[in-house]
Design a protein around this ligand. Structure first.
Ligand code: AMP
Length: 146
């Protein structure tokens, strides 16, 4: 038995899991930082970023580790993890994302061309599980990609 006033290990473990994975508040579920990607936090203005385009469905901001003179990310505000998780209900959103990528590229002055890249999963080189399209330009791109 456990003494009065001391926290049982299982209760303490439960508290730690709740802290890092989310917990129920009545009918609402609060998800802590572990579930929210860096891009959701940029969209929510919780992380500073240079947002260069935004509407009700997408946001575009500069990549923090640019791989080209111009390196912009455009992301859906809906937190779709990656292309493989997108469904038929996302068809219009994905079309909007690509059309806005072209608009953002034009506004960034990439009149000589650019590359759009979507990395999917481990072999695709994805590091942030929130669908995003890289807009890369300002230098000639090689092929095949690394
Ligand atoms: P990927 O490897 O395709 O998942 O791309 C993720 C990209 O997000 C990388 O190019 C990172 O440099 C970029 N990135 C990560 N954190 C931030 C951030 N806080 N602001 C802007 N870009 C970021």
């Amino acid at each position: 038995m456990f003494e009065r006033g001391k926290t049982r290990p299982a209760v303490r473990l439960g508290g730690i899991i709740a802290l890092f994975s989310g917990f129920h508040l009545g009918a609402r579920v609060y998800y802590g930082p572990v579930q929210r990607t860096v891009f959701e936090r940029i969209i929510a203005r919780e992380i500073p970023s240079e947002i260069i385009y935004e509407d009700d469905r997408v946001a575009a901001f500069r990549d923090v580790h640019p791989q080209a003179p111009t390196h912009i990310l455009i992301v859906p505000k809906k937190p779709v993890a990656r292309m493989a998780e997108a469904g038929p209900e996302d068809e219009s959103l994905l079309g909007h994302l690509l059309l806005k990528a072209a608009q953002v590229a034009a506004q960034a002055g990439l009149s000589n061309g650019y590359r759009l890249v979507i990395n999917n999963g481990q072999d695709g080189g994805e590091s942030v599980p929130h669908l995003h399209c890289h807009i890369l330009g300002g230098r000639p791109m090689s092929w095949p990609p690394g």
